[in-house]
Design a protein around this ligand. Sequence first.
Ligand code: COA
Length: 703
Amino acid sequence: MDIEVLNGLLRPKAIAVIGASNAPGKIGYTVVKNLIDSNYQGDIYPINPGSDEILGLKAYPSVLDVPGDIDAAAVVVPAKYVPDVTAQCGQKGVKGLIIIASGFSEVGFTDLEERVVNTAREHGMRVLGPNIVGILSNSDSCNASFAPFLPLPGKAALVSQSGALLIAMDAATYTRRVGFDKLVSIGNMSDVNFADMVEWLGQDENTACISLYIEGLKNGPKFIQAARDAGKPIIALKSGVSAHGAAAAASHTGSLAGSGQVYDAAFQQAGVVRAADLNNLFDRTLALSLQPPMQGDNLLIVTNGGGVGVLATDAAERYGLPLRFAPEDVQEELKKHMPAFGSAKNPVDLTGMAGMDWYQGSTRYAFAHDWVDGLVVLYCETAMTDPVEIAQGIKQAIDESGITDKPVVVSFVGGEQSAEARRWLVEHGIPAYDAPDMAINAIAALREYARNTAEATTPFQRHADVDEAKAREIIAKVRAENSTSLTEVESKVIFEAYGLPVATTRLATSEDEAVKTAEAIGYPVVMKIMSPDILHKSDAGGVKVDIQDEASVREAYTTILANAKAYKADAHILGIAIQEMAPWGTEVILGSIADPTFGPTVMFGLGGIFVEILKDVTFRVAPVSADQGMTMINAIKGAPILKGARGEEPGDLQALSEVLSRYSQMIHELGDEIQESDANPVIVYPEGKGVKVVDARIILKEK
Ligand code: COA
């Protein structure tokens, strides 16, 4: 990333408005007026061949006539003029273009967009947009957009793919009391994309939290890397996760929305927190921009009302932070700050009698206690207390605790006075909500951030003992045969080249060879038909298991061939695979897809009927470390089965996580060739006994 060029684009010291106009109602008028009204301190150069003066500023026929340097040019002329204007900007030495004009790839004019970007690149310029609202920044007093005003000041930055949504959110920052330093409209992302913005905002001193509205990413792996490196919380609202929604998003921005599950996985790997909807994006942004991450699972709730306490308890379970009772010593101390009929467990119920002293005493003590990883304080408006005073008391107690590395979130439920108390709290750095559920959701975001960051920092270590050349040799052979589908035997050779423990499998093309192979492998064996035309071998009667001796091999050989002929008379039969018979264990499945946004992506789940019916699977963008493999194993609902539920022996999860890591390396390194693959079933044996890939399949990309 060229920081200096992006600084010119995003924090310009001089802006030209190309297409500036004196006609109110035109965007070229509004952008100039907004720059003036926002008290922009840099130079503003209106560009219009027909005017000498616009809104009291000297206007120029073209950027080439401007005497001073120009950092950024806001482009508000119709699309067809944009290529010429871009060339002029390049000649002038402009650093970046804010192309507000629409009429490019979003309506099919991809060539026009490419021409603009290519011209910009030739001159070392960066392009934001086209099809955007513009950029807004409080710290730079810069409203270079046609959004009505700068947002409520704060520490967050919003990057939005939808311009209309950005305008709506701009106004809503005031009603929802969530402060932003910057709003950036990113539109068609012809050049500057989410990864660039995350990288740039990561080093921006005025941004504490990055909020994203995403319809589709253009370069998934680059985004993951940028998010991991940003070193500050990132929260994403991803639309287009439903099949219908994805189609709407594609037609809206000309970008492809990836499948919801892969986005989920990628965000987790990138340390990105998800928002469920627009309101949730605001609520969570508030918490992430004001409070530190929650480093452990111990959440303590202090309340003056049993009802909101129970609602919060339910919400805590819903958002993945189930409550635990506080330890005895904590309970003993907390009892000093409540009447005899209060409860010191968790939630800590100070009762409706709670006044300032009890709120302060309990929160000061609880927040400083090592057991507490995060605190939620709930308050129901009562006639005996002043909400604003309670709010001030809570803030004072938090400050006096001396703790700054764990989060506190508050919910004040009531009327106007509670609303005032919430405003006061937010202004003083404590996120405050009007419902207990939202407060819990907000602190859950701070927990998710800490959890996801831990996963994001587990580095992948490449396994060096692999034979990539051997794998590519097999692929080349299959390509030479004009096929994209590898047989089980071919697939297993590639798996073996990546150190994956496959059940030994050899192809036999005659009955005698079958006998010899079975003897070499050792009885019992499994025999399977090998034919590119028979994918579901069992359905075709093409599989025989537990074959114990020579006579049975000969019999199975004849029967399988006859069954295959009966199933599909013209099937091309390559032979019969003889395979080591793997003992029984817990069945799991490993799979991979080539995701259009994120590239090779690995899937893991319980095998057999669990995968088909329960779809209990999890994804990660490849490659993953063995630690991340372990996170995947723990992420499925069926994890307890693998860990030895109900007296079963625990499975060899170390071996399984290693296999996941190697498998992910295989699909990553061969990502230019492999379209999809699976290892199904993989049998997991008890601890120390390893795992075995029983069946394997690789499908190549069409080229
Ligand atoms: N250099 C400088 N000024 C030029 C010019 C050039 N090469 N060519 C034309 N102009 C002037 C025009 O003369 C006009 O000024 P005037 O009012 O003094 O006559 C001004 O630039 C604007 O051009 P005009 O043709 O009147 O266009 P417009 O204002 O009706 O529309 C856009 C221009 C860019 C706003 C419009 O094409 C557009 O894309 N609108 C959609 C914007 C949008 O929604 N963005 C995405 C949000 S999500």
